[in-house]
Design a binder for this molecule. Structure first.
Ligand SMILES: Nc1ncnc2c1ncn2[C@@H]1O[C@H](COP(=O)(O)OP(=O)(O)OP(=O)(O)O)[C@@H](O)[C@H]1O
Length: 260
């Protein structure tokens, strides 16, 4: 059974380690959220995640909400294993499918077909199973004979079609999505959304970052409100969204777990 456990997870990024004091001062003054700090080595760091605790189990479909820079993308990348926590512990049980940074991991010299096979092999899917799905995947991409050519000959839109089809060829246990699917081609966007919704329903745990309430209400049963890298509130999606909007309408700074 899939599960995600985060214990006191923090992620710090080093932004600046030069000695020009005026730039340092400008950076620190521009930090309205208090997220920028000097570390012990006099470097300026930003705390993208701050002592975050989280437990997700089978059936949890969690929407990440919060203002710009709240830590949503960083959390998704930590869950995907792209970033290591600077502190704390993370345990992820289950096969993770990130539906963001889709182009990562494509072999530009291999053909479209071979990239689909490699992605499946990476997920431990046996060769017969992926071959049995290949016609369906190929039809979805609408790339035709291009699937026999190296990916470096594809346009950006064609690469995205391939990457999306390859990523969604294998049912996920843990599905991670950032801002829904950013596709400029509207005809493909509708197809991609239909495919992703089926994909969501077959996942055990789903985490999606979005600024769009309709998307969150449609896909999620829970929401996690993040500010300054920490959890403000987690609970039923409607309740957390209502609290989030009430706060924003009041123009107050968001409280944080542990704030007085
Ligand atoms: N690679 C990086 N290097 C330096 N700082 C980073 C990096 N990635 C994120 N940050 C910083 O970490 C903080 C959290 O960023 P993150 O992208 O996780 O926020 P977000 O909630 O996804 O924001 P948005 O809604 O604007 O996409 C921000 O202050 C951001 O500037």
């Amino acid at each position: 059974m899939a599960s995600i456990h985060l214990n006191d997870v923090s992620v710090d990024f080093v932004l600046y380690q030069g000695s020009a004091r005026s730039l340092k001062k400008t950076l620190l003054r521009s930090s309205t959220s208090g997220a920028l700090k000097h570390d012990a080595h006099h470097r300026i760091t930003v705390k993208a995640l701050s002592n975050l605790n989280l437990r997700l189990e089978h059936g949890d479909r969690v929407g990440l909400i919060g203002g710009n820079g709240a830590g949503k993308t960083t959390l998704l990348r930590v869950l995907a294993g792209v970033y290591e926590p600077t502190a704390g512990r993370i345990r992820v049980e289950g096969r993770v499918t990130p539906l963001f940074d889709l182009g990562l991991g494509l072999d530009m010299d291999a053909s479209g077909y071979d990239n689909i096979r490699m992605r499946a092999a990476y997920f431990g899917i046996d060769g017969d199973e992926i071959e049995s799905k290949m016609d369906d995947i190929a039809a979805f991409t609408e790339l035709g004979d291009y699937l026999d050519l190296p990916v470096r000959t594809y346009s950006a839109g064609m690469t995205l079609r391939l990457a999306f089809a390859a990523a969604t060829a294998v049912d996920p246990e843990i599905l991670l999505m950032d801002e829904w699917i950013a596709v400029s081609d509207t005809q493909f966007l509708e197809k991609a959304q239909r495919r992703a919704e089926g994909f969501v329903s077959r996942s055990s745990i789903m985490v999606v970052a979005s600024h769009v309430d309709d998307v969150l209400k449609r896909l999620c049963n829970k929401a996690l409100w993040l500010e300054r890298g920490g959890a403000v509130r987690i609970g039923p999606v409607d309740e957390v969204l209502a609290a989030y909007h009430k706060h924003n309408a009041g123009g107050e700074a968001a409280p944080r777990d542990g704030d007085e």
